[in-house]
Ligand binder design. Structure first.
Ligand SMILES: [Zn+2]
Length: 379
C-alpha cells in the first residue's frame, strides 16, 4: 500500500471513530444527568435561561474537549508529524486549539441564544425563522472569513513574486476577476500541505494561494490552480452553495421540530426550550449532518468538476493542470483512487485520479464568456 493510501485510510477510520464517539458522548451527557447538573449549577447564579446558556456551553465544551483530546491529539498532531506533514510544535498546536475554541465559543453563544429564543417565542413556525437566520449567518460568515477570521490563524499578504503576479493577474483579467485579489497565505509555518481557495464576497472576495503551493509549484502549475479558483468565481459557486445551505437548514430545522415534539411526547424533554435536552438535539443534528454528506459532497464534486473544466479552458494547458494535480496529491498525501463508496460519502472534490482522467480525456466546453460576479470556495 502506498503511503498516501495508508495515511488516507487511517484518517478516514479516525473520523468515523470520532463520529461514533460524539454520538456516545452526547447520549451519555444526557442519560447520566450531567446535562441537568450543568443547569443546576448555572441556576445557582440566575433563573434566566439566557444567562444559563453561556455557562452551559462552556461546561459542555470543556468536558467534550477533554474526552475527545486523545483522538484529537493522535489525528491532528501525532499522525501529521509521523507522516511528516506538520511543522507545528506542541505549544503552537495547543495555542491554535485555544484560539479556535475561543472563536467558536464567541460564535456559538449568540447562535445558541437565538436558537432558544426562537424555541421559546417563535410559534409553531420557529423552524422557518431559524432557517432564515441560518442562511443570513452563512452569508455573514462567508463575508468576514477572509478579512476577520483567516488572519487570526495565518499570515496573509499580497503575492510577493512579481513575475508570477503579472502572469496570474492576466488570468484574472481574462476571467473578469478584480486584479488585486490574489493573496499568499502563510501555511508553511504549520504544514507542508498545499492549498488554495476562493473566499469571501463583495469587497472581501479574494483568491488565497498557500505559500506551500507557490514555492513548490511551477508558475504554469500555479496558474492552473488559480484558474480553477477563477472557475468558482465565474460560475458564482458561492451563491449556489448558499442556496444549498439554506435548503439544508430549512429541512434540518423542520426535522428538529419533529424530533423535539417526539422527545416531549416520550417525556425526555419537559418543553421546547428545555436546555437540558440540548445533547439530544445535538445528537440528532450529528446524525442528520452525516446522512446529508453524500448529497452535499455530490453537489460539491459537481461544482469542482465545473471549475476544473473552466481552468483547462481558460489556460488551454492540460499538461500543467495534470502535473499540478500530481503535485497536490504527492504533497498532501491524497489517495488518488479511493474506494468509490468512500468518495461518494466523504469527498467534496472528485478523487485526484478522476480529475486527471478528466483533464486527459474530456471534451471541453467553449471558451467561457465573461459574466461573473461574486465568488467563494475552497480549492
Ligand atoms: Zn475548487
Amino acid at each position: 500500500m502506498t503511503t498516501a493510501k495508508e495515511y488516507s485510510r487511517i484518517k478516514l477510520r479516525l473520523s468515523l471513530i470520532g463520529f461514533g464517539m460524539t454520538l456516545i458522548f452526547l447520549a451519555l451527557v444526557f442519560v447520566t444527568g450531567l446535562s441537568h447538573l450543568f443547569i443546576q449549577w448555572a441556576s445557582l447564579f440566575s433563573s434566566n435561561l439566557f444567562v444559563w446558556i453561556p455557562f452551559y456551553l462552556l461546561l459542555l465544551g470543556i468536558v467534550e474537549y477533554v474526552v475527545d483530546f486523545p483522538l484529537h491529539y493522535y489525528s491532528s498532531f501525532y499522525l501529521e508529524h509521523r507522516y511528516q506533514l506538520s511543522n507545528q510544535t506542541l505549544t503552537a498546536w495547543l495555542w491554535r486549539d485555544l484560539k479556535q475554541a475561543l472563536i467558536g465559543f464567541a460564535f456559538a453563544i449568540p447562535l445558541m441564544e437565538g436558537f432558544y429564543f426562537l424555541l421559546r417565542y417563535g410559534s409553531d413556525y420557529w423552524w422557518s425563522f431559524a432557517a432564515l437566520g441560518w442562511t443570513l449567518i452563512t452569508m455573514l460568515l462567508a463575508r468576514i472569513l477572509p478579512t476577520w477570521i483567516i488572519p487570526l490563524f495565518y499570515r496573509v499578504k499580497p503575492l510577493s513574486n512579481e513575475l508570477l503576479n503579472q502572469r496570474l493577474q492576466q488570468l484574472c483579467k481574462q476571467a473578469e476577476m478584480p486584479v488585486r485579489a490574489i493573496y499568499e497565505l502563510g501555511l508553511s509555518r504549520d504544514t507542508k500541505k498545499a492549498n488554495a481557495a476562493l473566499v469571501g464576497w463583495g469587497i472581501s472576495r479574494r483568491v488565497l494561494l498557500g505559500d506551500t503551493l507557490v514555492t513548490q509549484f511551477s508558475p504554469e502549475e500555479t496558474a492552473a490552480v488559480l484558474a480553477h479558483e477563477l472557475g468558482h468565481h465565474h460560475y458564482r459557486h458561492i451563491w449556489k452553495l448558499v442556496v444549498v445551505s439554506a435548503l439544508t437548514g430549512l429541512f434540518g430545522f423542520f426535522l428538529i421540530d419533529k424530533v423535539i415534539a417526539l422527545t416531549i411526547q416520550h417525556q425526555f424533554l419537559i418543553s421546547y426550550d428545555d436546555l437540558a435536552g440540548f445533547p439530544l438535539i445535538a445528537f440528532f443534528i450529528t446524525i442528520f449532518s452525516f446522512l446529508m454528506l453524500p448529497l452535499q459532497n455530490g453537489y460539491s464534486r459537481r461544482l469542482e468538476r465545473q471549475a476544473d473544466r473552466f481552468a483547462i479552458e481558460l489556460t488551454q494547458d492540460r499538461t500543467h493542470f495534470i502535473s499540478s494535480m500530481e503535485k497536490l496529491a504527492e504533497q498532501n498525501l491524497s489517495d488518488k483512487n479511493p474506494h468509490p463508496l468512500v468518495e461518494f460519502f466523504f469527498y467534496d472534490h472528485p478523487a485526484i485520479g478522476k480529475r486527471i482522467e478528466m483533464a486527459k480525456n474530456d471534451q471541453l466546453p467553449n471558451r467561457p464568456q465573461p459574466p461573473a460576479a461574486e465568488g467563494c470556495h475552497r480549492s
